[in-house]
Structure formats: C-alpha cells, structure tokens
Design a protein around this ligand. Structure first.
Ligand code: FES
Length: 379
C-alpha cells in the first residue's frame, strides 16, 4: 500500500463547486439518510465530485465536509484511505488501473504495465504529454479468472495481451474509447471457456414469480440476463435423464439387497456378518443414505459420543447403521471398518481416530479404563 497524500499545494485549485445538476443530486443523496446520519453520504458524494473533476482536491474535501457538517480531517481520512479516490490529476480521457496482484502478475500484468510506461509515463500517477492518459497499479479487481486485466472508469478490460491493450489505450487517447467493448478481449463470453459454455447445459425448468403475482416458467436464467444455451446446444428435457434412470435402478437394487440382509441372523457381537460391499442405499437423486449394516443390540445405547471424533450427528448416523454399543465398535473387523467407512464416506477416519481402541477401553472399563489407557478423559 503506497502512502496516499494530497497532491502538491502548487497544483491545488482554490475552490470546488458542484455543477447545479450534481449539487441537486448530492442534496437528494443526503436526504436518503436518516436524520443525524447525513455524514454517511460522504463516500457517494466524494465519488460524484471525482466523477465531475477527475480527482479529489483539498478544496473538494473541505467543501464536502462543510456540506455534511463534518470535520475536514474526517473527510480527508476517507479520501486518503480508499484507493478508488484519486488524489492527483488523472488523464482527461482515461485513467488506467492495472491489476498487479498475483493471478494477473502470473498472466502477464508486467507486460501490461510496460505498455502504460511506454504510452503514458514511466511512473504511475503521472499524466502523459498531452494530459489525456494516466495510470497506476492497483490490487485485485476481482476479475482474476480473466487475468490480466485493467480497469478504466467503471469498465474492466480483461484477457489482455500487450498488443490488444495497446490498441485499447490508443483508442482512448484518440477519444474513441467508446468503440471498445469492455470485458474479455479474447472472444470468450464472461469467464466461460473460449470454446463456449460447457456446464449447466441441461437446466431444468422452474417457476419464477413476477411482481404482479403471476409466475413464468424459466430455464433458470436470472432475470434480465440472456439465456446462453441455444436450442441446438441444449438437449430437450423430457422425462428422467439417463443418469437419473441409472440412479433409480441402483436404489432399487440397494433396497432389495438391504431387505435380503435384514433376514440374515446376526452373530454374537450383534454384527450382521454380511459380506457384500453395498453399505448404503442410493436414492433416485444420487444421494447416499445409510442403510443398517448391523442389527442393533437390545438395551440402552452406549454414549458413542465419548469416542473421540463422534459427535451427536455422527452418533445418529451410527445408530442408523445399527451401531449402538462400544462392544460392537471394539469388535469391528477390517472388512466392517471398511464398510462403515464407506457408508459414512469417512476415507479412513475410523482407523485414524482409533475408534476400535477407544471403544475397547470404554467397553471394558468405562471412562476409568479410557483414562488409564489414553491418559486423558474422553471428550
Ligand atoms: S488478480 Fe487481477 S483481478 Fe484479481
């Protein structure tokens, strides 16, 4: 962050005044704030002043402070804090803000900066020879996926090459900036791949409600935005997709398997003893849901939350799998660990957290045994 100070006294104008149109705008803006909170209008009013004159002068700050009944120092603090406010004169046709943050830097921001140095000035915050252009380096402008980029006025110019940026700069210098389309300069739309949209091609219809209380079917496109998918590119939405059909078949298969498993007799540890790899049902929408792997033993469930790594939610899921006792967990075989791991998408957590060892201690001697074995109380 560079030190931000007001421009040299030698170039500070004597006074500042809004045009009548801007004065009326500022007056209306101030009225939008509740009584006693008019000072909150300081940023929009300073910004309007900058749009009028190009930069914020000492006189601007004093004038805005008087309008809002604020101490000068308070407005000075605002103007010098936000880099959006220019504290020295900027080019009459364009002030270029070159993003120099890492993604843009990695994608060639230094070359973009070199173009500024060549066509404008070697140093930032200086005008070019005829006073039409100026530049500075700024931090991320939030268009990293289209790096490198620059901001000119309220528009961004993205996916730049030095050659393309040079053309843009020359157009602004020659007063033809409005002939340049803002946004990506390499032909792509927004941030989508150069080859075109590849995701969200099959968007289901849904209803949107209009202000008049009626509703329209839409394809999920936000109001005011054009639908990008063309008739040719978007497959017709008729009935369930192939993926949904496969998912439904899987769900049926899982249900049949679970029903068959429930009929088998549990072993002495309360384990079902099934050897199949299916440990969870798959619903038609593809979401996995826990199906019992074990027949829950009779009696009051143990407090599985004493096992480090098990919280209330997980305890509920274990109950749904038929696991309610320390002894069950303590007797887990490798195959059962793998199946529970799979059912809960744990990726090895049962072994990593040593559930079996913890449960064994709790099953054998409760909290005292746990403390003896692990040297600390269970959670
Ligand atoms: S890094 Fe340049 S826009 Fe984010």
């Amino acid at each position: 962050m560079s030190v931000r100070r007001l421009a040299d006294e030698a170039i500070q104008p004597e006074s500042f005044a809004f045009t009548s149109e801007n004065a009326a705008w500022a007056e209306a803006k101030i009225k939008q704030y509740p009584e006693g909170r008019q000072q909150s209008a300081v940023i929009p009013i300073l910004m309007r002043a900058q749009e009028q004159d190009g930069w914020i002068t000492r006189a601007t700050i004093e004038s805005v402070a008087d309008m809002l009944d604020m101490p000068y120092i308070r407005v000075l603090e605002v103007a010098t804090f936000y880099t959006q406010f220019q504290l020295q004169p900027v080019g009459s046709r364009a002030h270029v803000q070159v993003c120099g943050t890492t993604p843009c830097m990695l994608r060639g921001a230094e070359d973009i900066r070199a173009v500024c140095q060549k066509h404008i000035h070697a140093e930032p915050h200086h005008l070019n020879d005829d006073g039409k252009l100026s530049w500075e380096e700024v931090e991320c402008a939030g268009a990293c996926v289209n790096a490198p980029m620059v901001t000119i006025g309220k528009d961004t110019y993205e996916d730049l090459t030095p050659e393309r940026f040079e053309e843009i700069l020359v157009a602004f210098r020659d007063g033809k900036g409005d002939t340049i389309e803002p946004g990506p300069q390499n032909g792509r739309r927004y941030a989508m791949p150069l080859s075109g949209q590849v995701t969200l091609l099959n968007v289901p219809e849904r209803h949107t409600h209009k202000d008049d209380g009626t509703s329209d079917k839409t394809n999920g496109t936000a109001p005011g935005r054009k639908r990008v998918v063309t008739e040719e590119s978007a497959p017709a939405i008729e009935g369930p997709s192939e993926e949904a059909k496969v998912s439904t078949e899987r769900a049926e298969k899982s249900k049949r398997k679970a029903a068959g498993s429930a009929k088998r007799k549990p072993d002495q540890a309360g384990r079902e003893g099934a050897t199949g790899s299916e440990s969870a049902a798959v619903e038609p929408h593809g979401k996995r849901t826990a199906a019992p792997l074990f027949e829950a033993p009779a009696g009051t469930p143990d407090d599985l939350k004493l096992i480090s790594g098990v919280g209330p939610v997980l305890e509920g899921k274990l109950h749904a799998l038929g696991i309610t006792k320390y002894a069950q967990v303590a007797a887990f075989t490798d195959d059962e660990i793998a199946r529970v791991d799979d059912a809960l998408s744990f990726k090895g957590r049962i072994t990593r957290d040593n559930w079996v060892g913890q449960a064994k201690a709790l099953a054998e001697g409760g909290v005292d045994e746990y403390v003896r074995v692990f040297g600390k109380k269970p959670r």
